[in-house]
Write a protein that binds this ligand. Sequence first.
Ligand code: ADP
Length: 479
Amino acid sequence: MTDVLNQLFIGGAWVDAADGATMPVDDPATGEILCHVADAGPKDAKLAEEAAVQAQQDWARTAPRARSEILRRAYELILERTDELAHLMTSEMGKPLAEARGEVAYAAEFFRWFSEEAVRIDGGCGTLPDGRNRMLLSRRPVGPCLLITPWNFPLAMGTRKIGPAIAAGCTMILKPAPQTPLSSLALAGILKEAGLPDGVLNVVTTSRAGEVCEPLLRGGRIRKLSFTGSTGVGRILLAQCADTVVRTSMELGGNAPFIVFDDADLDVAVDGAMVAKMRNMGEACTAANRFFVHRSVADEFGRRLAERMRALVVGPGTRDGVDVGPLIDRTGRGKVEELVADAVERGARVLVGGRTPEGPGCFYPPTVLTDVSPESRLMDTEIFGPVAAILTFDDEDEVLRRANDTPWGLVGYVFTQGLDRGLRVSEGLEVGMVGLNTGLVSNPAAPFGGVKQSGLGREGGQVGIDEFLEYQYVAVPVR
Ligand code: ADP
């Protein structure tokens, strides 16, 4: 790992941290150090802020077509380098190469999508009801942004924020998760190559997130925070943003219900469960966290799901044929172990998995638990691992009530062959997204986001760019 980008990217230049600090990046498949990257402190954050603020005015005036073409070029460069980026992502994050390649395509698509949106920013002109005043309506970039991303989708969470910010004409500081800085640095290299002007994107890798981000949010020059991460950290950041009235988009935790009715096609439901649970080893805020299965089909569903889970191959993500890579780190795995132990103590039966393997790396086996008690901690904690927890239900009203009985509301999954029931239950779920007979909702062309404590705002889709734009209205009386 000698040729990876490992410095800070500030004002279009690659630089070391001001105090020369570095931090290690670990390979979760071996527990060994892959390489070191710059470990920024508040001084570096200040420099990045200065670069973003300086670049803002010219960038806002850049023709939308020029911004669009930079995104389009970057989209093509990402796809050309799929293998290289996938290897980088797998080495720092652990997901199997096939999934990493899928994420590269997904990540690139945000740039293509927003290259198309950059030239469609609308405005308006009209006569106000009094018949005299005219209204000119235009949309302006919100200003310099702070983008904070998590480690689970190191490339796609970056492009999902950077894409609309570039399209809207905002400059930005990206602070990736300390576990997975390499994908973000590679992305900065690609954007530079694609012609992004200096200072528009600045990347600050750090192990001291709080020290680096708080002064930026309180300083009054950053006008927007876009955050993806845990609800706990999201709350802290919202409080910091309140003081200087910084606009926010928050993609926070989930606790997705996965509901299987007695009239569901069980093959479709099991396929859906494999995606909704096992995408990214279960390390996704969209991961199915609570499986509610109608009592009459619960045994059969559990048996089939366990069979599919047992067939998955666990191992280092770089190895051919591996379906399930390691979890991100020992802390993440420890949490999964505790949640499973708690559920078993409260009476859950383990159909498959449930036992941590010996040896290096952070592996955990695909696991199916059945007869899970509603009192179990995993009912109100994001598992973030390959563990399916099955409970039974008897009727529709009951399952809706139980599914909604959580402070989160990101996504829900519903399996039924009844159209009426499918729509009724989808509408009854207090969530931002529903997979109706599918285990995958994420798509760059659709608005991603949650309600309740799962977040504020939407990413992707036609509305994704709105998060980075302000309206300005000019009143013009005609005499
Ligand atoms: P996870 O538990 O999945 O790592 P976090 O919410 O802790 O989720 O992390 C998501 C992102 O938020 C990461 O980039 C992390 O470094 C960052 N982060 C964590 N704490 C803070 C903080 N106090 N201020 C700003 N960013 C933070």
